[in-house]
Design a protein around this ligand. Structure first.
Ligand SMILES: NC(=O)c1ccc[n+]([C@@H]2O[C@H](COP(=O)([O-])OP(=O)(O)OC[C@H]3O[C@@H](n4cnc5c(N)ncnc54)[C@H](O)[C@@H]3O)[C@@H](O)[C@H]2O)c1
Length: 438
């Protein structure tokens, strides 16, 4: 099939490369010339395991082209996926200006007599696809263009996105057009998965409902961690006991400093806005968001309780800046928020993240922060180590050996990566989330 993807960020670039790998002819378009130049040179604008090799290969095979040429891109694809960003606007609702601008450009370059399916892959509020259709018409002006709109929300996880695209738990496609649904179904027919065919509105809502549910699970276990701290229970044990119930499942039950990233915070908030706009007060979601905000303050309280609120006499080794492990993405990262709070309290920091150093520097600058070349270097003469991202390699550091480099022997583990009893044996003062303090 001939496929075009508009927007080559985490979603557009990965999906485009994977579609090309399945044998389709793919054009990936972005308005960011620098990004497109990099991709053409085989340099990935994002960190994603296996992506560079894949993009280089499909480019060499002639199945994948990156471009800024809208006319060429729109003419190419029978299926045109909109994959641009949908960040929060000031009110917390999704900013759809990038989606609508892409739709107008698609309309502008569509030719009469050539059928296209325009598919929204970006996460958009329920009923947006109808508006996408209106914007295509605006772009097309007086031309008689032949197209259908569809929704195909994306569920990939940064860090494992290529695997996820090839091993999707399910594929959701929504449209009012049988022809569009059938074309999309044939695109995904090679996957060993369930294809959920539905209407536009349900398809759009599935994405928000899924993300809001996962965020709820995280906030739920974070709330349980507070009960653990007040009663002497251990949240890790509670999560294991809960997660073995196959109606619940073990995933997204890791207590920590709260959810962040480019999706959960904005999607939960946008769903809350959608419900308010439809005259429904989704109180559960308000609770989820409040719990998430509180969780980072509970974590900061552990640090303030130990050192006081003025941290200007202290230097901390910071492990992690990305919003989660295996990605360089720092958008809405709780790690970044905590670092900013620490800096506001006067603390100096020695920061290391295996992939997100460049993005961290862009967000944080150099004030109060020294960027280290390894996790081990972050232990040099610091009062405490603060773990903010759940990179596996932070769990397997030689804490025994590294303690001799430190000034204080203290660990604040915001991701419950370490075993409190082990840390006690090594002589550390250890603070986890919802765990016994040792
Ligand atoms: N990142 C994820 O893990 C993930 C997962 C599932 C769904 N989503 C959703 O997918 C969408 C895209 O997310 P992302 O993380 O890939 O975003 P991103 O910010 O990484 O990429 C968006 C790209 O779109 C480009 N763009 C903006 N306006 C454009 C236009 N008019 N024409 C062409 N290109 C344009 C930008 O230059 C940018 O490169 C969002 O709605 C997001 O919520 C993201």
């Amino acid at each position: 099939m001939k496929i075009t993807l508009i927007g080559t960020g985490y979603v557009g670039l990965v999906s485009g490369a994977v579609f090309a790998d399945w044998g389709h002819e793919v054009v990936c378009l972005d308005i960011d010339q620098k990004k497109v130049d990099k991709i053409k040179d085989g340099i990935m604008p994002i960190y994603e395991e296996g992506l560079e090799e894949l993009v280089k290969r499909v480019q060499a095979e002639g199945k994948f082209v990156a471009t800024t040429d809208y006319e060429m891109a729109v003419n190419h694809g029978e299926l045109i996926f909109i994959c641009v960003g949908t960040p929060s606007n000031e009110s917390g609702a999704a900013d759809l200006s990038y989606v609508f601008s892409a739709a107008e450009s698609i309309g502008k370059y569509m030719k009469e007599g050539e059928y296209k399916v325009v598919i929204t892959k970006s996460t958009v509020p329920v009923k947006t696809s109808e508006k996408v259709s209106e914007h295509i018409k605006v772009g097309a002006g007086s031309k008689k263009v032949d197209y259908d709109v569809a929704s195909n929300p994306e569920f990939l996880r940064e860090g494992t996105s290529i695997f996820d695209a090839n091993n999707a738990d399910r594929v959701v496609i929504g449209s009012g057009s049988e022809k569009a649904l059938n074309l999309l179904e044939s695109l995904y027919a090679g996957l060993n998965t369930t294809i959920v065919k539905t209407d536009l509105a349900s398809s759009e809502l599935i994405k928000y409902a899924a993300n809001a549910f996962l965020a709820t699970k995280i906030s739920f276990i974070n709330e349980i961690s507070q009960i653990c701290e007040r009663t002497g229970a251990d949240v890790k044990s509670v999560a294991i006991g809960m997660g073995l119930d196959n109606r619940i499942g073990p995933k997204f039950l890791n207590a920590g400093i709260g959810y962040g990233g480019s999706c959960f915070p904005k999607d939960v908030e946008a769903l809350y806005r959608t419900s308010s706009q439809n005259l429904y007060d989704f109180r559960l979601l308000r609770g989820v968001m409040d719990a998430n905000e509180r969780q980072k303050i509970y974590f900061m309280n552990k640090i303030w309780d130990k050192y006081g609120t003025n941290l200007s006499k202290y230097t901390f080794g910071i492990l992690g800046a990305a919003f989660k492990n295996d990605t360089d993405d720092t958008r809405k990262s709780v790690a970044i928020e905590i670092i900013k709070i620490l800096r506001g309290a006067g603390a100096k920091m020695k920061l290391f993240d295996p992939a997100a150093m460049e993005n961290a520097k862009k967000e944080l600058g150099n004030d109060y922060i020294t960027y280290m070349e390894s996790a081990e270097n972050s232990f040099e003469a610091v009062d405490a180590i603060i773990i903010l991202t759940e990179w596996k390699e932070f769990a397997s550091l030689d804490y025994e050996k590294l303690s001799s480099k430190m000034k204080g022997k203290v660990v604040f583990d915001g991701r419950n990566l370490l075993d409190p009893k082990e840390m006690k044996k090594l002589g550390y003062e250890y603070f986890g989330i919802g765990r016994h303090k040792v």
